[in-house]
Design a binder for this molecule. Structure first.
Ligand code: ADP
Length: 600
């Protein structure tokens, strides 16, 4: 199942389902010991809390009576010991449970991210990555709060509620009966009103999210905003959204304030009534003062537990929803996977063959991006792919890299069907220089080494020299250790390209896929990039998506594509003399003087 937006919506609706929380178990299992510590500490703390009121009763009834002044000490000592146990057990519980929360969520985060890296291109095509990422952060944070406290709060209060109630009945069945009768009267308005408050706070959250989205949009496009002088307009738009969210918050605040008043009124009203009744019983001798004290303490414990439970319940529900989404993501299988018995690739020669390959993108099943495409590229040959935009050139690259599998036909590298080989082994033979170079926010050295992580510093430098990148890297502050800035903002376009070329040279693959940059560089950078490319292309099988006349003229062969089909192959001059699509394309893409220049 692909977890795109609609799946999230249904998951939210199903959030009352607690089953997804079971998915946490495998993540907890490695930490059984810590879970044990948490449960023990939990039981000890609950036991201590529940025995406190009994100790208090004895203290009041015996400790304050005249007969034995000495025995008062032992009751106070008992109280001390219980308090000590409570303190230790609570600290141990806090430590164990929070530790578990952090640990388990860290594991889940790494697992999910690792899994996302393995998913295929088609997943990323149908999924809004940003949304999945942000949900991932929020979902794991929700989980963290539940595993890291919510679950233990729930369990502790469940124990306290149960134990407290039993002790209430034992202490005074009559008073307990009175409470049981009063509960619905107190709770009903609270529940009804509580629902309204919850709904309002959800609305308020949504409004806040709206403002965040607005701000994000404006700030990511800050240069456009400023270039069109729309700052005031964006600011006003944001202000409106903020006001809107304030008004929604105001409704929530009012409801909440009223809820607080009602809650205090009803709860205290009922407590006072019960106390009144209890006090009368003490005066009439039907109960001791200590018993009343014990009863009141148990009532406080029970009520507190009940309140905490109802509070934490919503959180547990949210966590179930969060876990469900995470499990959905983890259950998504990559569509491109290694075969069971991968065939080894033959010697690294750099032979490429596409045989009657047809392919439709999963999102456009009726339109053939490639239609019966066949071609071969011999070791060391350099072949240019030419065709109008949308002809299928990039798709050829994607299939060679096995980002997708063809619907029919085979692609072979060095004689082996790449669908039958290990993905990593296939990709290991291919180097890629994309149109837009990807620079990671790391040093120049690390960026070049991305091509081959085990390369030595010397090899990195040699690759940089071959790519004519050494000359601009050395003068950078820090040289090879210079941080290149996010997405390489500290480099010019030509320099970024040379980094990409160095990366490919370092990887030294037998096959190179080069998507020529369309953005024009100044003549000097252009010459440098061209020189670097020439070195990269030497002795390598190269497939180039060509945008420049010089490239097609130099290529050993040109494959002309049109609407997913290979329509012609030959050298520049051959194809020109045939007229047809290529001649028209050459004129359009490479300028009117192209044929003339090439003829020279
Ligand atoms: P070129 O590189 O020659 O410009 P492409 O290989 O990118 O062409 O595209 C070939 C066809 O496939 C086009 O019709 C394009 O719209 C379509 N296409 C490309 N990428 C995708 C995609 N990810 N999902 C659906 N259709 C796509």
């Amino acid at each position: 199942m692909t977890p795109h937006a609609s799946t999230y919506d249904t998951a939210a609706k199903r959030s009352r389902d607690m089953r997804p929380l079971k998915g946490l178990l495998p993540f907890m299992l490695p930490y059984r010991g810590m879970v044990g510590v948490a449960v023990l500490a939990l039981l000890a703390a609950a036991g201590a809390t529940l025995s406190l009121p009994v100790a208090v009763r004895h203290m009041i009834d015996r400790g304050f009576s005249q007969d034995s002044a000495a025995s008062i000490d032992s009751y106070f000592i008992a109280l001390f010991i219980i308090a000590g146990i409570l303190a230790l057990a609570t600290a141990a519980r806090y430590y164990a449970v929070t530790w578990l929360g952090e640990r388990v969520v860290a594991d889940i985060r790494s697992r999910v991210f690792g899994h996302m890296l393995s998913l295929s291109a088609s997943f990323y095509e149908s999924t809004r990555t940003g949304e999945v990422l942000s949900r991932l952060t929020t979902d794991t944070t929700v989980l963290q709060s539940v595993v890291g406290s919510g679950a233990s709060v729930a369990l502790r209060n469940f124990l306290l509620l149960l134990g407290g109630f039993v002790m209430l009945v034992i202490t005074s069945p009559k008073l307990t009966g009175l409470i049981v009768v009063m509960i619905p009267v107190v709770l009903l308005p609270l529940i009804l009103f509580g629902r309204r408050v919850r709904k309002l706070s959800r609305l308020s959250q949504d409004r806040i999210a709206d403002t965040a989205a607005l701000a994000n949009e404006a700030l990511t496009a800050i240069q456009i905003v400023q270039a069109y002088v729309r700052e005031a307009w964006e600011a006003a738009r944001f202000r409106d959204a903020v006001e809107e969210s304030f008004l929604t918050a105001l409704k929530r605040i009012r409801a909440r304030a009223l809820l607080t008043a009602i809650a205090i009124m009803f709860v205290f009203g009922s407590i006072v009534s019960v106390l009144w009744f209890g006090a009368t019983s003490v005066i009439e001798g039907r109960m001791t003062g200590g018993e009343l004290g014990q009863f009141v303490l148990y009532a406080i414990v029970t009520a507190g537990a009940f309140a905490a439970l109802s509070e934490v319940w919503g959180e547990v529900q949210r966590a179930a929803g969060a876990m469900e989404r995470i499990l959905e993501l983890l259950d998504t299988r990559p569509e491109i996977a290694d075969p069971e018995d991968p065939l080894p690739l033959a010697d690294r020669q750099g032979h490429i063959e596409a045989h009657q390959v047809s392919f439709c993108y999963p999102s456009r099943p009726d339109e053939r991006a490639l239609d019966d495409v066949s071609f071969q590229v011999n070791p060391g040959e350099s072949v240019a792919l030419v065709g109008a935009s949308g002809a299928g050139k990039t798709t050829v690259f994607r299939l060679l890299l096995r980002f997708y599998d063809p619907d029919s036909g085979v692609i072979r590298i060095d004689g082996t069907d790449i669908g039958k080989a290990r993905i990593a082994e296939v990709r290991d033979r291919i180097g890629i220089v994309p149109q837009e170079t990807v620079i990671f926010s790391a040093s120049a050295r690390e960026n070049i080494r991305y091509g081959r992580p085990e390369a030595t510093d010397d090899e990195v430098i040699r690759a940089a020299q071959a790519a004519l990148a050494d000359e601009f890297i050395r003068p950078l502050p820090g040289g090879y250790d210079a941080y290149l800035g996010e997405r390489g903002v500290r480099l010019s376009g030509g320099q970024r390209q040379r980094i990409a070329i160095a990366r490919a040279i370092l990887k030294n693959p037998p096959v190179l896929l080069l998507d020529e940059a369309t953005s024009s560089l100044d003549a000097e950078s252009e010459r440098k990039v061209q020189e670097a490319l020439d070195r990269l292309l030497e002795d390598r099988t190269t497939l180039i998506i060509a945008h420049r006349l010089a490239t097609v003229v130099k290529a050993d062969r040109i494959i002309v594509m049109d609407r997913g089909r290979v329509v012609a192959t030959g050298t520049h001059n051959e194809l020109l003399s045939q007229g047809g699509i290529y001649a028209r394309l050459a004129e359009l893409q490479f300028g009117h003087d192209a044929p003339a220049r090439a003829a020279v």
